[in-house]
Design a protein around this ligand. Sequence first.
Ligand SMILES: *[C@@H]1O[C@H](CO)[C@@H](O)[C@H](O)[C@H]1NC(C)=O
Ligand SMILES: *[C@@H]1O[C@H](CO)[C@@H](O)[C@H](O)[C@H]1NC(C)=O
Ligand SMILES: *[C@@H]1O[C@H](CO)[C@@H](O)[C@H](O)[C@H]1NC(C)=O
Ligand SMILES: *[C@@H]1O[C@H](CO)[C@@H](O)[C@H](O)[C@H]1NC(C)=O
Length: 349
Amino acid sequence: MFCSRFFHLLALLPLVLAHKEPKTDQEIETQRALQRAAYYCAPAVADFTAARKRKWAQKVLNVNPGLPGYDDLFADANYIDAGESTELMECSPVSRKTAIQNNTCVLTPVVTEGPYYHTEGHPIRTNIAEYQFGLLTYLDIGVIDVNTCKPLPNVLVDIWQANATGHYAGHPFPKPELKDEKPQVGGKRSGLLSAFPRTEFDETWLRGAFPTDENGVVQFTTIFPGYYTGRATHVHVKIFKSWEPLPNGTFSSPEGSLAHVGQFFFEDELNLQIDKMWPYHTNPIKDTHGRTRNWRDSLNIFEDSHSPEGQYNPVFKMELLGPVITQGLAGFITMGINASASYDNWWKG
Ligand SMILES: *[C@@H]1O[C@H](CO)[C@@H](O)[C@H](O)[C@H]1NC(C)=O
Ligand SMILES: *[C@@H]1O[C@H](CO)[C@@H](O)[C@H](O)[C@H]1NC(C)=O
Ligand SMILES: *[C@@H]1O[C@H](CO)[C@@H](O)[C@H](O)[C@H]1NC(C)=O
Ligand SMILES: *[C@@H]1O[C@H](CO)[C@@H](O)[C@H](O)[C@H]1NC(C)=O
């Protein structure tokens, strides 16, 4: 079975939140096998991302002639040129002379979905912002299968995230008896508060799912996420191989259709700037716990990604949409997933 970590986590429920204990040899080998497969896709991933960025730049220029030039926004050094390759996702070993780093190929391993996923009610849509305030952010997510290095068209990318002040739709308040709870000091939940219960069942903001297009890409419109106690700023993602649209615009997914559960991050330097902007700077924990840096994430996901058996990069590459940051951002990421694998939702809390 592909991810023994999953069963490992399952065995520890409901306490488990982190993965701080040493990994077993088998877990390390599973991750390494995936990573080896991912390296093989590195040139394909680089081409894939570069082509999307070029397309994006054209789109931005066409709608607003007042924006900076193409070269300013997307300098050569920012991406690897696709060169002569006509076939975008041609699968070839890492042999071409490129600046590809070992973490160029984003392989996001399967990590916890956390307590804020809703198994029903995520609408099928690309604009998930609803009426939330915050910095306009486009997320351009590409999905490839590490078994083939080919893009995965028509898989459902399901994302959810916190609002600018760190709340999830449906979960506005802590349990009354935990109103003054302090973050856990040690142990697996170090730095975290208990999950806020779901009390607003109709809320759907900053949640949504949409299938990848024929190039294996999906683009969401959202706001930059805010932070909450104990977690680095992140966006959650699930990938479903099959799903069924429901009459109310949401979807259901059959057993065995879940191919991936992951989380994406942003550079801390960028987080630091956005911390200063309205409404991010009104975050109620700003002066108490503050924002958790990527390396201090309670769930260790960022840290794990940079460990010897990790070496993947779950961080969006960001571009400014206009001359000033307040006009918004576009983030690009390509995920390598194992489309042959399937999972169960494992956080039932
Ligand atoms: C990347 O990592 C793999 C696996 O650890 C290794 O075999 C390869 O030599 C590394 N490549 C580079 C360019 O560092
Ligand atoms: C849509 O319908 C499903 C299935 O009946 C239900 O579980 C879900 O809560 C509904 N979502 C919304 C937003 O109405
Ligand atoms: C985020 O959501 C919470 C809970 O619904 C709400 O109280 C808060 O005002 C929202 N933040 C912003 C910036 O709107
Ligand atoms: C993908 O998952 C399948 C099924 O679990 C497994 O046989 C295969 O080895 C995995 N591929 C990689 C690259 O890990």
